[in-house]
Design a protein around this ligand. Structure first.
Ligand code: ASP
Length: 439
């Protein structure tokens, strides 16, 4: 059995957190490949090392004196080293970093040092081999991640070693220049490593006990989702529920490797298991609820729309012309509504409207802004009758007016549009009916 374990920044923020991570890794022989993030926040007011590095490098770019800022970062690592009683010095590394900052090695290089240095400490602490991600995570000359070449090189390299630490978040281009993924990208590295070693499980350790059924800022102590499929996860993440970097799913999903979200501060919790498919039904009819505010409904009317071939295409072309993607497209016989992001739409509103008039000649167009979309997601809905009925009776009891309903034919989700101001009340009502009262 082989597990790849990735630890997020809050799991590695100080020596105490490192010690917890050490205990987790040592408690299971199969945790052979470790992917660390850079040290994160030690308290809510703290700054992540990655952000300190970006800031410090901006000073170097502006040819300001960045030495004190870099010293602060070094002290942060030294307090981890000292707290763990390691005999390790990072002086040489910091000298090299200072030199490279002076030579303007690039923002990506600067940010990547957070993971690089944490990886060196972690390898020393565990007695595992350290592998610089720049040697094994490869980007092409345009800066695109090169999945095939990486998999080849990484598989060959890891075959040689029983246990290793590979820092997250970065790799290198063909010319050796360091390149990072987008923020939170250590999740992607973990997934790539899991694929390369054909791991049985990719454990992603963070500071929550898994993916929650609903947003904890709206629902107090929501329950954790025990098992979720990749498709359900995608639906919920798209609507704003995030624990994992979006791109982290692809490498392991293709390789059929499940992801287990775990909590470094509560290792006894089982967390959330993300799988390709499962016959395990969720505890409740729904797997999760997520949503976003800030949409506009563009309602278009035209008599006999139903018989006009190509009407929808012409309307959508008006949005396409202005680079606006649509979210949902409910329609009636002589009406069609296009849901778009308000922020994206607002600046181009009049141009889009005149393009619709020009291309599709509607009778009228009416706009309604400040709409929130809520996705109720669950593989269990397919085999349960009355899910939609329960949602709408819960919403009507909560005095929420439903503006739009859209159910995908996969019966995996129901999307509901409500006014922004009803958003929280609506989510509470849906959570209550399915999870609290379990009617
Ligand atoms: N340290 C990087 C960040 O703060 C990458 C990561 O933590 O995954 O975004």
């Amino acid at each position: 059995m082989t597990k790849v374990v990735k630890f997020g920044g809050s799991s590695l923020a100080n020596a105490g957190q490192f010690a917890k991570v050490g205990r987790i890794i040592r408690s299971d022989e199969s945790r052979r490949y470790v992917v660390p993030s850079a040290p994160g926040k030690r308290n809510p007011k703290d700054t992540k090392v990655t952000d300190l590095l970006y800031h410090c490098y901006a000073m170097a770019e502006a040819e300001e004196n960045f030495a004190p800022a870099l010293k602060k970062i070094q002290e942060r690592y030294e307090s981890i080293i000292n707290g763990l009683n390691l005999t390790l010095s990072l002086n040489k590394e910091f000298q090299e970093i200072a030199e490279n900052f002076k030579n303007k090695a690039g923002e990506d290089y600067a940010a990547s040092r957070g993971e690089y240095l944490n990886g060196i400490i972690m390898a020393n602490y565990l007695g595992y081999e350290f592998i610089d991600a720049a040697e094994v995570i490869l980007f092409d000359k345009d800066g695109e991640f090169d999945a095939d070449r990486t998999n080849e090189v990484l598989t060959a390299r890891l075959k040689e070693c029983e246990r290793a630490v590979i820092p997250g978040f970065y790799g290198a281009k063909e010319d050796g220049k360091v390149k990072t993924f987008s923020r939170g990208g250590s999740d992607i590295t973990g997934s790539i490593v899991a694929k390369a070693v054909r791991a049985d499980l990719y454990e992603n350790w963070t500071d929550v006990s898994g993916f929650l059924i609903a947003d904890p800022r709206i629902i107090k102590d929501p329950e954790v989702i025990k098992v979720i499929t990749y498709r359900e996860l995608r639906e919920l993440s798209y609507m704003g529920a995030t624990v994992l970097h979006e791109d982290a799913v692809f490498p392991v999903r293709k390789a059929g490797i499940p992801i287990n979200i775990r909590n470094t501060n509560a290792p006894e919790d089982e967390g959330t298991l993300i799988v390709e498919s499962t016959c395990r039904m969720p505890d409740y009819t729904i797997t999760g609820i997520a949503g976003k505010k800030g949409f506009v409904a563009v309602n278009i009317d035209k008599d006999m729309m139903n018989s006009e071939v190509g009407f929808g295409r012409k309307v959508l072309a008006a949005f396409e012309e202005h680079g606006i993607s649509f979210e949902h497209l409910p329609s009636g016989i002589d009406t069609m509504t296009v849901f778009v992001h308000q922020e994206e739409f607002i600046g181009k509103e009049q141009q889009v409207l005149s393009a619709i008039h020009r291309l599709a000649q509607p009778d009228s167009i009416d706009l309604e802004g400040d709409i929130a979309l809520i996705a109720v997601v669950g593989r269990g809905m397919r085999s349960t009758r009355g899910t939609a009925g329960r949602i709408f009776s819960a919403l009507s009891h909560a005095n929420v007016n439903v503006k739009m309903i859209d159910q995908g034919s996969s019966e995996l989700n129901i999307i509901i549009g409500v006014k922004n101001c009803d958003f929280e009340v609506a989510i509470k009502a849906i959570y209550d009916i399915f999870v609290v009262t379990r009617i």
